[in-house]
Write a protein that binds this ligand. Structure first.
Ligand code: AMP
Length: 511
């Protein structure tokens, strides 16, 4: 039985030392090099004596981050990928939550620690990769390791205004890699074209499914997702066979009609997740690549990427919704009604998940953990956790699970998971705003801010917001109101705002 994801690395490096494990536009690492570099970094960090503790890894889109993550794991600790370009306020919040004992990055990242005033150890990656190895120390760490120990923390938007760090164990990731291999039967040496940034859990599948199957992760430069002209030639040059991408990325290629001149010739499997894939986008891809296998994956970060899958096995017309299918083996999905009872046959219910895929919870956040990870109401006999996703689903007449909607104000915008409550919490702290409310215009794909203030101050709001939140969380359209509409309970009348500004009933139906 596997206990540690590093066993996959050691196996792959033993069998295929010269095979490329990770590459980007300018660098490539063989399995032997990934192993050597991660053991060197691991030895360097392990000398601190810290175990089962967080280490921040400043990320962008570079292949060297893969040995950086494994290096942290060799040291007996867990990694926390953090985008080096995050606004400092948000960076501070993450550091406050994690209290890391070290941070890893390029030489220029040391300045970030100064800017946020953290006196913790900074490890420069290039230097760490050449450090001397301490085999006995690493062996001792692996001997004491348990599969329930944490592997990484990935942050998601939090409705209280503070992002939540989802803590995931080795066991859950091993389960994910095993299930993916069993269900989707990857071949030896597949090439995974990585689209998702390493601080998104979609990338966890690229890293660990590739590792498990001795494949190659080819990191696609982010510029190619802004201007996708070069993207398909790049996929062909790198011989990509698998895409595990966010819906928004597949949509982008459709919008740019990026498959007209050339198609990805080596592709065999396309997995997508994060949102409902519009049928016209699927049809476009299917028309251009009819022999590829398409899979809709569903699930939140809290259950280690995905709990259900649907292998597209029949034609759909444009008005139909693609099912999210059925649970992975070793995973149960329950649909619960408001009383926590199983929803009646054919009725909608909240999607709740049970199994090894459940993460350990939110790091140093017992209240939010308690709220989302609850005792299974169908089991009064022993402690057993369910994760309540906040998503509603139901079974269709074929017995396939279908995603219906969110229960709260969480949205997906340009592939990012955002709690509108988090945006509102930041805005509410701006003294010049009297009242504000954020809504999502799904048809136009815009975050809309309605605000009441003494004077119109859109420019100031946008400028101030960028100090606190990543760009993708900032509103795309601002509505200045002299008087915010209130309902009879004195609360902001969101239904009225939606109806009046975002297209009323038609919009409601789309929601
Ligand atoms: P994240 O934690 O960023 O992966 O976001 C998880 C949320 O994205 C889920 O709770 C759903 O609301 C949504 N989601 C993920 N996959 C799908 C899918 N295949 N179809 C519809 N919504 C999805």
């Amino acid at each position: 039985m596997r206990c540690n994801v590093l066993e996959y690395l050691e196996e792959a490096a033993g069998k295929h030392p010269k095979r490329i494990a990770a590459a980007d536009e300018t660098q490539a690492y063989t399995y032997a090099e990934v192993l050597r570099n991660s053991r060197a970094l691991g030895s360097m960090l392990a000398r601190s004596g810290r175990r089962r503790s967080p280490v921040i890894v400043f990320i962008d889109r570079a292949a060297e981050l893969i040995p950086a993550f494994f290096g942290v794991v060799y040291s007996g600790n867990f990694y926390v990928p953090v985008d080096r370009k995050l606004p400092l306020q948000r960076m501070k919040q993450i550091f406050d939550t994690m209290e890391p004992f070290a941070a890893i990055g390029r030489a220029e990242d040391a300045g970030i620690l100064e800017q946020i005033n953290r006196q913790i150890r900074f490890v420069e990656l290039a230097e760490a990769f050449t450090a001397s190895e301490e085999p006995e120390l690493l062996e001792e760490i692996q001997r004491r390791h348990l599969d329930t120990d944490p592997l990484y923390t990935i942050f998601t938007s939090g409705s209280t205004g503070v992002p939540k760090g989802v803590l995931v164990s080795h066991r859950s990731v091993i389960d994910l890699a095993e299930q993916f291999e069993t269900v989707f039967r990857f071949e030896d040496g597949e090439v995974f074209a990585n689209q998702a940034p390493f601080d998104f859990d979609v990338s966890v599948k690229d890293i660990y499914v590739s590792l498990k199957t001795a494949g190659t992760v080819q990191v696609v430069p982010s510029a190619m997702f802004r201007m996708p002209k070069k993207l398909v030639p790049y996929l062909n040059e790198r011989k990509a066979t698998v895409l595990i991408w966010a819906v928004s990325a597949l949509e982008l290629l459709y919008q740019f009609r990026a498959l007209e001149k050339e198609t990805p010739r080596f592709l065999r499997k396309i997995f997508f997740s994060g949102e409902v894939l519009p049928m016209r986008v699927l049809h476009y891809w299917q028309e251009k690549l009819p022999d590829v296998c398409y899979v809709n994956l569903y699930g939140p970060t809290e259950i280690t990427c995905n709990c259900t899958y649907y292998l597209v096995d029949r034609p759909f017309d444009d008005t139909e919704v693609l099912p999210i299918g059925k649970p992975f083996p070793n995973t149960e999905v329950l649909l619960l009604d408001e009383q926590g009872k199983p929803a009646a046959k054919g009725e909608a219910g909240e999607i709740c998940v049970r199994g090894t895929c459940l993460s350990l919870g939110y790091y140093r956040n017992p209240e939010m953990t308690e709220k989302a990870f609850r005792q299974n109401p169908c089991n009064p006999a022993w402690p057993e956790k369910l994760y309540a996703t906040g998503d509603f689903g139901k079974y269709n007449e074929r017995g396939e699970l279908v995603f219906l909607s969110r229960a709260d104000s969480q949205i997906k915008h340009m592939g990012h998971r955002i709690e509108l409550g988090e945006l509102e919490a930041v805005l509410n702290a701006f003294p010049y705003l009297e009242k504000c409310c954020c809504l999502y215009d799904r048809r136009k794909g815009k975050i809309c801010l309605f605000y009441q203030a003494k004077t119109e101050c859109g420019g100031e709001i946008q400028k101030d917001l960028q100090q606190y939140l990543p760009k993708y969380m900032c509103p795309n359209k601002l509505y200045y109101l002299q008087q915010m509409p209130l309902n009879k309970n004195g609360k902001i009348d969101r239904a009225f705002l939606k109806h009046t500004y975002l297209g009323g009933e038609e919009h409601e139906r789309e929601l």
